[in-house]
Design a protein around this ligand. Structure first.
Ligand code: PLP
Length: 380
């Protein structure tokens, strides 16, 4: 038996990527500028909406860092962030010497809880500081409570940095995720719904902010014949080679979304009659999820023989099927445990019971058979 490993979410090339890389070689734009970058940015702008400007960068982490700078976050400022997320959502707060405040999830979308958010804002204001930004996340591609969060942000005049790293192609009331924040962010890391091997983008409806992002990402060069700098710059540009991969990937983005959603449907029907397993799904008819990763919650009080998340995780790993607990909440991370947290135990319980399952757009019928066989043997 020589079965290959089934990955959680692996790169899936569409077939035309190499042509754009060849272009870069043919024209010798082996650099962080070139036609692939401009065209990849245009493709994304066209995909997202009419009045949106995109700057391609070398990662979403860089994009969040620059985004916070664009929102004027400085040393000793307070920045609010969803706790249940990947550490890259929060780390740039510390890069800037600012203080993170973490917020619990609500059970419907697993994202920022509006009640805990407002409590945190009021408490911070009562201590004499107005939070400088709110970092929101569409976890696993599921839109957060966009209207509720926007209402609170506007009430206290706090800008939103929308971490849409996992949500390219998701939408809310027909509008694409990544375009709701004052600044939005995408990731094209190898495990995301499309990839440039590594990469990210910053998104804004303000052309001046786009120009500023480009300026900061390319070492903040003043206009002068020599290199002159009056501001601190960064080397965060995307490579023209990577952008070539991105152009090819944009051609298959909609196909990838359909295939990821088909993986979600596969798990929904697989677990339909299995007690104790709930597949995480959008319940709001206004929300459309790309279902980047399909995740389940395991309730050992209801499963056969009290099987818990760890038993399922280890059984899958034992069969060379990759799966992973949900993101460990930031307020439980050693790095962040001493920063304020507002909320209860929603994120913590999700972390205890949740498991992300193989969700790639490149999984085959035989992969699905293997996954199904193991899960049914264990749970039915
Ligand atoms: C992947 C991811 C990031 C980081 O993206 P990179 O491009 O790898 O820097 C940030 N936030 C979330 C929620 C992510 O899933």
């Amino acid at each position: 038996m020589n079965k290959s490993k089934i990955w959680l979410s692996s790169p899936h090339m569409g077939g035309t990527e190499l042509e754009y890389i060849q272009d870069a070689f043919d024209t010798n734009w082996i650099a962080p500028i070139g036609a692939n970058i401009t065209e990849f940015e245009h493709d994304l702008e066209k995909y997202l909406s009419q009045n949106i400007y995109v700057t391609a960068l070398n990662s979403a982490t860089s994009a969040i860092h620059l985004g916070l700078i664009l929102l004027n976050v400085k040393k000793d400022d307070v920045v609010i962030c969803q706790s249940l997320t990947f550490t890259a959502s929060a780390n740039p707060i510390l890069y800037l010497g600012a203080t993170p405040i973490f917020i619990d999830s609500e059970p419907e979308t697993w994202n920022l809880c509006p009640i805990a958010l407002e409590e945190a804002i009021l408490d911070t204001i009562s201590k004499g500081k107005i939070p400088k930004a709110i970092i929101t996340v569409h976890l696993y591609g599921v839109p957060y409570k966009i209207d509720e969060i926007r209402t609170i942000a506007d009430k206290y005049k706090i800008p939103i940095l929308e971490d849409s790293a996992e949500a390219l192609g998701s939408s809310y009331k027909g509008q694409k995720c990544g375009t709701f924040g004052d600044v939005g962010v995408f990731s094209f890391n190898g495990n995301k719904i499309i990839t440039t091997s590594g990469g990210g983008a910053i998104v804004t409806s303000n052309y001046q902010l786009k120009k500023k992002a480009q300026f900061l990402a390319s070492q903040s060069k003043d206009e002068a014949p020599h290199y002159q700098h009056s501001e601190l710059g960064y080397n965060y540009q995307m490579s023209n080679i990577c952008a070539g991969i991105g152009r090819g990937q944009m051609k298959v983005l909609n196909q990838h979304i359909a295939l990821r959603r088909a993986m979600h449907d596969f798990y929904v029907s697989l677990f339909e009659n299995i007690p104790g397993i709930a597949v995480f799904s959008t319940t709001n008819p206004d929300s459309f999820s790309n279902y980047w990763l399909t995740s389940i919650l395991v309730n050992p009080d209801e499963t056969k023989n009290g099987i818990d998340r760890e038993t399922i995780r280890l059984a899958l790993l034992d069969s060379d099927i990759e799966c992973r607990p949900l993101w460990k909440p930031m307020h439980l991370q050693p790095l962040y445990e001493n920063y304020p947290f507002y909320g209860n135990k929603v994120a913590e319980t999700l972390f205890e019971r949740g498991l992300s399952l193989p969700s790639g757009s490149n999984l085959t019928d035989s992969d699905r058979d293997r996954i199904q066989t193991i899960l049914l043997k264990l749970l039915s």
